[in-house]
Design a binder for this molecule. Sequence first.
Ligand code: PEP
Ligand code: MG
Length: 551
Amino acid sequence: MRTLSGIPASSGRASGRVVRVADAPGEPPVGPAPLDPAAEAARIAPAVAVVAARLEARAATVTGDARDVLEATVAMVTDPALLDYARDLVTGGGRPAARAVYEAAGAFADLLTGMGGYMAERARDIHDVRDRIVAELLGLPAPGVADLDAPCVLVAADLAPADTAGLRPGIALALVTEQGGPTSHTAILARSLGIPAVVGCAGATSIAEGAAVVVDGATGVVQEVTEVVEQENGAVVAAEWDGVGRTSDGHGVPLLANVGEAKGAVTAAGLRAQGVGLFRTELAFLSAAEEPSVARQHEVYAGVLAAFAGLPVTARTLDAGADKPLPFLTLDGEPNPALGVRGLRVARVPGPGSDVLDRQLATLAAAAAETGAELKVMAPMVATAEEARWFVARCREHGIRSAGVMIEVPAAVLTAHEVLAEVDFASVGTNDLAQYLFAADRQSGPVAALNDPWQPALLRLLRLLGEASAATGTPVGVCGEAAADPALAPVLVGLGMATLSMGAGALAAVGASLAGASLEDCRERAEAACAAADPAAARQAVAELAVKQAG
Ligand code: PEP
Ligand code: MG
């Protein structure tokens, strides 16, 4: 196990698994010269506009230093001098657009580097802007940090300001960069967000994705370790989670994994998931133009089920539509796909969906019988008790003994007693439930704050579900991203949630968090969070209560 050392940039100690940040697109070739230089030059401004709009959207979701940095980056992107110079390089210099942007930004960055000190640090910002525009012109994915859904330590050659500005403490546990200095934006923002950070850490990018590390932002030491360790009262102690989800007084809460294919399932099993709470079956088929053959489906399903022989695996039937269109199921030209024929609805309108559902259920049942996993099947986007009854009947026809629904539509919460009476279990998709509760697109940056899982309105809906679960005896779990937040997990349990399912990287942290609270503690935290006026107040109330309960 190696110990690396860098510049302490933001104090605090944290431990987690490494997520590597996507690389920049690299240097575009000098040629071939464009056939129509004017048309080629005209591509630059729209690409700049797209990048600027993305950064603006991200800026709108944050405040303070983070917003200032993003707004400064937008100003750099839209600098008319940069744009003019790049266009001249196309029309006068015969460069392809991407190359022209690369060279124009390079000249600006060189100027800043020549000035030294603080200005030289800003050269990194120009490079970030350049990489984003170049990626857009080349049709490549935007470089930088993808949406993070589980706590992790971010490791990068360097982090751009636009990357650090969108980070959330609790998810980004610590930052480690190979480059950067103490006044780099990574350092400034890490400090303002209270995230431990080490910059200028030679060898950081040789740490493998998924490796467990301890980062000490006060001393600049980054240690590779065999297991993630938990921070407690400023000292690092061994992780408490023993692989069985339960509160400190023994109330069992199985901790399950969200997976999409066999490889992820094997990783999740290795991280001691007690089963799969959400197998997103559609993910394997997002690029399939036609319904995958039964043989192909069998291969995908059996791959996941085999990793959990003897344990529960909850497969969700194809959740086609909106953010996850499946060409063979999704209707063309719907004006508002998020509110259209999606999820279970594709099986209930005229068209191929009903047969596709039957083939999927039959294939899942056959794969489960072979692998020995305990198959549970649930339907996405269920709004009424009648839909739940219909789906359960379809499952029974295929011999599936445990059939349930996802709770993602507020109507299903308000009729929870009736819905739960129809099913063997339910699982809350907090991502969509929040989106429909707040009328806030889950993919839209400017409304992201409404989709915060600590929103008291969302937590109060979960409380209604917990009450209906207790009254009907039907277990309700959570499989949306809310379940991956270690501070929120005891709240969810206190609200009456029976299982928590999450990206496997979050299991140990959530398990350790639950092990530190009794069921009564969880209930008190749930009440405090529900009573709060907004997400910040809910977080604070729960954090204060946790300290009090620990004392
Ligand atoms: C959810 O909506 O919370 C959920 C778990 O499903 P998905 O994110 O796949 O829509
Ligand atoms: Mg969903």
